[in-house]
Design a protein around this ligand. Sequence first.
Ligand code: ADQ
Length: 483
Amino acid sequence: MTRSDPEQPKAELVIVSNRLPVDRVVNPDGSIDWRRSPGGLVTALEPVMRANDGAWIGWSGGTDPDLEPFVDDGLSLVPVALSSQEVEEFYEGFSNGTLWPLYHDVVAKPEFHREWWDSYVTVNRRFAEAAAETAAESATVWVHDYQMQLVPAMLREMRPDLRIGFFLHIPFPPAELFQQLPWRRQLLEGLLGADVVGFQRPGASQNFVRLVRQRVGHKTHRDMVYLPDGRTVQAGAFPISIDVEGLEQLARSEPVQQRAKEIREQLDNPKYILLGVDRLDYTKGIYARLRGYSELIAEGRLSVEDAVFVQVATPSRERVEQYRVLRDDIDRLVGRINGDLGRIGRPAISYLHSSYPREEMAALFRAADVMVVTPLRDGMNLVAKEYVACRYESDGALVLSEFAGAADELRQAFLINPYDINGMKASIMQAINADPKDLSKRMKAMRKTISEHDVKDWASSFLKVLSEARPMHHKQLRPARRT
Ligand code: ADQ
C-alpha cells in the first residue's frame, strides 16, 4: 500500500512529530523490524489513535529513501525520509544547533546559518505534504514540537478543511531572545496555521501571543489571536504528564522492588542515595549539580562512606559539537571528583551512560532517597514526575529547579535556582536531613497533583480544546475508552 494509493483509508487523527514512535532495527539476517520506543507520547496518544483510525507521521531515524507506510501493532505509521544532508542541516543544524539553544534561554550560543533554514523549510514541507495525503476530509492533525513549526501553516494552505493543533514540548522564549532569529516572522506565521497552539507553561503562551502582536501585527486578546481573514488562533498552556498509574504499578511489582534492593546492595548500602537522570544535554545542569555535590563531600558535609550520587546521563545528539564537548567536560569532571574524593569501592559519583528499560528506571527511582533535577531551563522534565509516581510509600525527596516546567505543579519539592550553587547545596542537605514526616507530607501532595493530571488527561484536554476551536467543523473525534 503506498501513500498515494487512492484506496488507502484516510486517518481521522494524524500525529506529526519529528520521530516516529518506533525505531528501525536491522536484524543479523538483514531483515527489518520496528521496536516501539517507550515514550510517554505514544502511551498518551495510543488510545485516541486506535479509536480514531489514527496515523503517525515521522522520521524513522535513518536515511533510507523509500520506506512505505506500515502498520505496527495496530498503529498506522507513515515514515518520512531525510537525506544525510538534511539530517545535518535540518535536524542537527537548525533544530538542535539553532532552535534548541535559543528556546532554552540561550544557555548555549545558537548558530544561524541560511542553509540550515532552507533545509528546515524543505523538510517541514515534506512533513506537511505527508500529513495532507494521510488526513481524511475535515480530520484533526496534531503537530508536535520545535522541529515542525512551519508545518501548521503549510498544511493549512494545502488542506484548509483540516483542524490543526500544535504543541511545543520545550520552552518558548521571551521576545528579547526570540527576536534574534533572522526567521522570526516566518516561524510565528508557521505556528499561526494551527487552530490551537499549546505550550507547557502559561508564560510561554504569553510570550508567543505578545510576539505575534509585536512582530506580525495581529490583534490579540488574552490567549486569542485574531487573524485578518476572520480565523482565530487560541494559545494556551497544557502541561504534559506521564502514565502515572502504569509507572506506579511497575514500581510496585515484585521484580522492581527486588531490583531496587539489589541496587542499594550493589552500592554497598549507603545511608543516602542521590540520583540524577538526564539526557546528556547542556540544558540539564548536570555539570553544576555534580560540582555542587562534590563540594559537599570536600567540605565534609557529606562523606563517601554515607552517600553516593548515581548519575545516569544518556549521550544524545553526539554529532552536534556542543554535545561532544559537554560529554568530555562531564567525563573529566567525574573522573577528577572520584579520583580526588573517592575511596576503594566508594566512588563519590557512580556515573552511567546506558539507556535502561522502564523496569530498571523504576528500580532506580525506588532506590533513590533524593532525586536531584536541576535543569537551567526545561519545558517540563518528566523525570521529576516519574520519581514522584514511583514513591508510592510517600517517602523520598525531590530537589527541583525552578526553571523546569514541572516546578509549576510540584510546588512541594525542594525548589532551587540551578545557577546558585550554594543554594543548591543547601537544599540538597535540607532534603537529606528532612524529617520523614515533612517528606511524606510533601510527597503526598505531589502525588495527588500528578495523579489528578496524567498524560491521558493531557492529550484529551488538548484535543478537547482543539475540537471546540473551530465551530464551523462538525466532525468530532471519538473519545478514547478509558482502560
Ligand atoms: P527531554 O528533554 O528528553 O524531553 P524529559 O522530560 O526529562 O526530557 O524526558 C526524558 C525521558 O527519557 C524520561 O521519560 C526519562 O525517564 C527517559 N530517560 C532518560 N534517561 C534515560 C535512560 N538512561 N534510560 C531510559 N530512559 C531514560 C522533552 C523536553 C522536556 C519535556 C519532554 C516531554 O525537553 O522538557 O518534559 O520533552 O514534553
